[in-house]
Design a protein around this ligand. Structure first.
Ligand code: GLU
Length: 743
């Protein structure tokens, strides 16, 4: 009510008349009120002021017999008084106290009404104003305006009463300061000054009473003490109170008057509001701000791509933009803390990919507010527009045809290195010899003429390669050695198969282009994607003559590369990695040569210093960090890459280093078996004199030579025969030896 009061006071001082001569208490006090009749405040205030005047005048105790007369005039919303009323309205709408609360942005859905306490008088007034309320139905401000107008008249009456009690006299004088120097329509010089103004103002400030809206009192600044607001959620044509705000208790769902008596911080209802129902009957909070573009949607250009339409293109069915870039853009816009209404406008003739630099220029010249698409961030463009952070990195690479290496007749040798082949060969012979040694004395299959035995050694060992050896092994040692060897063979065999398979499937590749330097210094034609910045880059940065460059659409790539530079095609194509990857997923006869030689990325284009560029960059980083960027990428590009073909076969060859452990085990087992075997045989030889000792020819030989010869002859003897001989002579040697050798 603080707002209505100065208006009334101002009028009061100008129209009061001392109607009853010198008596300090006039019979009538005339008060003027200026209202805009045809306004919400005006209509309701008029009724309320009338009601208050009636009530004041019907109670002689209020003004001790003096009658209060209020004359109301229409301001027609003109001049400063009209402005004053606008100001009043704006005060009632004020969001000042709530500015810390984000609802302030949701005007129209959440609004404020000055809070009034429930009282008997209030309900009485409501019933008296019932008709008016109905007429103004839907306007929730109605009652609070009325109550405050009503209470203000009462307060004024009480203040006037106390003004008279203190000897106040109503008198006026002219003031020389009020001169209408501009000779305008206000006629200030005709106005009088109310001499008792200060006293009356004091009275107004010190008066307090229980009005229809609770305690009615002003503080020293003229503000109502305990200003409070109801927070109203407007739903369609209805409304509902979702809480209160007062300068004492802050936001709460409990009416402020019940909190005035309680200590502040104990209330659990503090800083709470009932949930808001938003348009669309939802309690999910919408994003409040709208990007300020004078209410217009942003015009956003996108390239009408012809090749690689997965990046961005126009859907032929719905005529709307679609593609990876569009999805990234919409995902980023959705992360902005405010709504950005936009319209996507295609750029390009639909036959060829448009010139991307021209699109960027259109943003710079403000034909578009922004551009979205696979637009590379390059220095020349960053000079005229602002880019967001890149959402995809895509530098320039060289795409060139590759030649397949001819299949080699000696490919079967490639799985193992030469060293490995030699070691394997030696091992086979070694195993054959060891097994022969261990078996020779026990097993008839390893006996016979020396030539036959030699063949047996080779045959036996090499047939183990296929696990096809026929000769059975009878000695324990021979079997153990063979077992370990078969395991080694198994490993060698499977490694060979695996290695050979990979060598035969992987083709060795070679290209004529080695890198950007050889391409630059060569003289073949170089292709680039039509519309791409690659053209300018090659001309301006790499200094390649423009005559060597050929604009190609992605569909022409394969044909031009296959033709080659001499037949009207190109030697190689320079394009961004993003496109080349897609191309290679369908064309395996080409390959990227060398590394990416520029490090570009794709970003969205905004006009210089656009705040959106910064916010969109943040949104893109968020998308990248939460993995959404990758998910969008996978949605559009699920492709199988060509088999990686550039590996050298040498690196696939198996060398000794991968097998020496296995070979060591095999060698140790052979060695141990031989040691054990020889120990047994020597033991047997020493303890059992053989028939060789009676050989008459032996006498002519030197002693050492003779015994060695005898020993080898003993070795050559079949174990069975030796045993037989000794049992005939009735001499049983150490049984352990025979057991060792026979089993
Ligand atoms: N991304 C390229 C650029 O920004 C254009 C690709 C094309 O020409 O299709 O220049």
């Amino acid at each position: 009510m603080l707002s209505l009061l100065p208006l009334l006071l101002c009028i009061f001082s100008s129209t009061i008349r001392a109607a009853q001569g010198p008596s300090p208490r006039p019979s009538v006090v005339h008060v003027g009120a200026l209202l805009t009749f045809d306004s919400t405040i005006g209509r309701v205030a008029k009724v309320a002021i009338d009601a208050a005047r009636e009530d004041v005048n019907s109670d002689p105790a209020v003004l001790a017999g003096t009658r209060l007369d209020i004359e109301m005039r229409d301001t027609n919303c003109s001049g400063f008084l009209g402005m004053a009323e606008d100001w009043l309205s704006s005060l009632l709408d004020s969001k000042g106290p709530l500015s810390s609360y984000t609802m302030s942005t949701m005007q129209g859905i959440i609004t404020l009404r000055q809070h009034t306490e429930e009282s008997e008088r209030k309900s009485d007034l409501i019933s008296r104003w019932g008709n008016l309320t109905r007429k103004e139905s839907g306007n929730f401000r109605l009652n609070s305006y009325g109550f405050y107008a009503y209470d203000t008249v009462w307060m004024l009456a009480k203040a006037i009463d106390s003004f008279f009690d203190d000897g106040g006299i109503i008198s006026f004088s002219n003031d020389s300061r009020l001169q209408d120097s501009t000779a305008g329509t206000l006629h200030l010089d005709a106005m009088n000054i109310f001499n008792g103004g200060d006293l009356l103002l004091d009275k107004v400030r010190s008066t307090h009473f229980d009005g229809s809206t609770g305690v009615f009192q002003f503080d020293s600044d003229g503000n109502l003490i305990h200003p409070a607001y109801d927070i109203i959620n407007v739903i369609g044509t209805g409304s509902r109170t979702i809480g209160y705000w007062s300068n004492y208790s802050g936001l709460s769902v409990v009416p402020p008057e019940t909190l005035y008596t309680k200590p502040l911080n104990v209330s659990p209802s503090r800083d709470q509001l009932y949930s808001v129902i938003w348009p669309g009957e939802t309690t999910i909070r919408p994003r409040g701000w709208v990007f300020p573009n004078n209410g217009k949607e942003l015009k956003i250009g996108y390239p009408l791509r012809v090749g690689y339409t997965e990046f961005v293109s126009k859907s032929p069915t719905t005529d709307t933009a679609k593609g990876y870039c569009i999805d990234v853009f919409t995902a980023a816009v959705n992360l902005l803390p405010y709504a950005v209404p936009f319209k996507l406008i295609p750029f390009g003739d639909g036959h060829d990919n448009p010139n991307y630099t021209a699109l960027v220029n259109m943003v710079a010249t403000q034909e578009f507010d922004a551009a979205v698409g696979d637009i590379a961030i390059v220095t020349s463009r960053t000079k005229i527009v602002d880019f967001t952070q890149p959402y995809l990195s895509s530098g320039l690479v060289i795409l060139a045809p590759i030649r397949r290496r001819k299949s080699n007749a000696w490919a079967f040798l490639q799985p193992f290195t030469l060293e490995m082949w030699c070691v394997i060969g030696i091992l086979f012979i070694m195993i054959g010899t060891v097994v022969w040694t261990l078996e020779h004395r026990l097993n008839d299959e390893f006996r016979g003429p020396p030539r036959k035995q030699l063949i047996t050694i080779f045959w036996f060992s090499f047939s183990t390669l296929f696990f096809a050896h026929r000769e059975s092994t009878v000695s324990t040692l021979g079997r153990s050695v063979l077992l370990i060897w078969l395991f080694v063979v198994l490993i060698i065999q499977s490694s060979y198969t695996a290695s050979l398979t990979s060598i035969l499937t992987v083709q060795k590749l070679s290209t004529t282009v080695e890198g950007i330097e050889s391409l630059r210094t060569g003289n073949g034609f170089i292709g680039f994607q039509v519309g791409s910045f690659a053209e300018n880059y090659m001309v301006e940065e790499l200094r390649i003559p423009r005559s060597r460059l050929k604009a190609l659409s992605p569909e022409e790539y394969a044909g031009a590369l296959e033709l080659g530079s001499d037949n009207g095609g190109v030697t190689a194509i320079v394009d961004e990695l993003g496109y080349v990857e897609i191309f290679l997923s369908k064309n395996c006869q080409f390959s990227i040569v060398g590394p990416e030689f520029t490090k570009n990325g794709w970003g969205f284009v905004f006009q210089r210093d656009s705040p959106l560029a910064v916010d969109m960059s943040t949104a893109i980083l968020t998308l990248s960090e939460n993995g959404d960027l990758q998910r969008i990428h996978d949605k559009w590009f699920t492709r199988a890459a060509c088999f990686s073909e550039s590996e050298e076969i040498d690196s696939e060859r198996l060398s000794l280093s991968s097998f020496w452990g296995l070979f060591l085990i095999c060698g140790i087992s052979c060695f141990l078996a031989l040691v054990i075997y020889l120990t047994g045989v020597i033991y047997q030889y020493i303890h059992l004199p053989s028939t060789h000792q009676q050989d008459p020819s032996s006498h002519r030989m030197p002693k050492l030579g003779r015994s060695l010869r005898e020993f080898f002859s003993f070795l050559n003897d079949k174990e069975e025969d030796v045993q037989k001989r000794y049992s005939q002579r009735g001499h049983k040697p150490d049984g352990d030896v025979s057991v060792n050798l026979e089993t």
